[in-house]
Design a protein around this ligand. Structure first.
Ligand code: GRG
Length: 303
């Protein structure tokens, strides 16, 4: 039986999310002052400080704390992963990619600042991310910082985020198998989420066994995030349409619900959540509590 003092029951997860997001937002604001040349910094700040759930930086900090590190050790890394995520969203929204007008409830960067500036804002955010890790990380050994930078950069390059994006673009309008869909999602979404968690554990002082256990949790969470995204696409659009079939069941875009059916996709998501949580059993229960809740939150999120 679980005692009523068990940290899993007493932990105030909503408060934790709000508190961590606030700290991340404050650090992001400080990391990117409005300076000369104003136009580019304005465009970078526009997208970086536009809201967003801050899931990636929070995962990074929670993982640092899981292995016993103080939040401050991972804060520059946490800001960097959000800068990279934002850069990828700005580029993803461009007319030559997804051609989207809205992001996080606001006009996309190129709609607000023009295409040239949006391309440069993404480039500059990507550079700032690594500059920020190198200049601002304190009390972490240089070999850990280098290891984290290697982990993060390989997660987003042509074997990571970029690989997922190009395969996604190439698959447009074509039949996509389940394994191709998994490749796209693992690279577009899961690799960066994995890097957030692994880099948090590296910065927090975790040993190799800790880091590899965190990676196993991260792999489940990464895929879970995308399966839930696909399910939300269907359920959200069917609510909007008032019909049983959402837009992704009728459009060309391959999704888990489309390839395996909504019920199987939901079962897949719940299996991934259970597997993720099982990977945490090795760690101190109190320190692992935020990551238990984060797995549950990612599985049950509504946006
Ligand atoms: C700039 C490194 C770099 C790469 C460019 C354009 C591109 C290559 C990749 C795009 C990858 C992409 C758009 C992945 C989607 C990831 C995803 C699930 C986004 C939604 O994340 P949430 O739900 O959004 O965390 P918020 O707004 O809450 O942050």
């Amino acid at each position: 039986t679980i005692s009523k003092d068990n940290p899993l029951l007493t932990f105030q997860f909503e408060e934790y999310l709000v508190m961590k997001a606030k700290q991340v937002n404050k650090s992001l604001d400080e990391a990117l002052p409005l300076q000369h040349p104003v136009k580019i910094h304005e465009a970078m700040r526009y997208s970086l400080l536009a809201g967003g759930k801050r899931v990636r930086p929070i995962l990074c900090i929670a993982s640092c704390e899981l292995v016993g590190g103080d939040e401050s050790l991972a804060m520059p890394m946490a800001c960097a992963v959000e800068m990279i995520h934002t850069a990828s969203l700005i580029h993803d929204d461009l007319p030559c990619m997804d051609n989207d007008d809205l992001r996080r409830g606001m006009p996309t960067n190129h709609k607000a600042f023009g295409e040239e500036t949006a391309v440069l804002a993404g480039d500059a955010l990507l550079c700032l991310a690594f500059e920020h890790i190198a200049f601002r990380t304190r009390n972490v050994s240089p070999d850990r910082v280098v290891r984290a930078i290697a982990e993060l950069s390989s997660a987003i390059g042509s074997q990571g985020l970029v690989a997922g994006q190009i395969m996604d673009l190439e698959s447009e309008g074509k039949e996509v198998s389940l394994s191709e869909l998994e490749y796209i999602h693992v690279h577009k979404t899961a690799k960066l989420l994995e890097a957030c968690l692994v880099c948090g554990a590296i910065m927090g002082g975790g040993n190799d066994a800790d880091i590899e256990r965190v990676r196993k949790y991260a792999r489940c969470i990464g895929l879970l995030f995308q399966v839930v995204d696909d399910i939300l696409d269907v359920t959200k659009s069917s609510k909007e349409l008032g019909k049983t079939a959402g837009k992704d069941l009728v459009s060309n875009k391959a999704t888990y619900p489309k390839l395996m059916g909504i019920e199987k996709a939901k079962k897949f998501a719940s299996d991934l959540m259970i597997q993720a949580v099982q990977e945490l059993a090795y760690f101190d229960a109190a320190r692992a509590t935020p990551l238990y809740h984060l797995a549950y939150y990612i599985a049950n999120r509504e946006n």
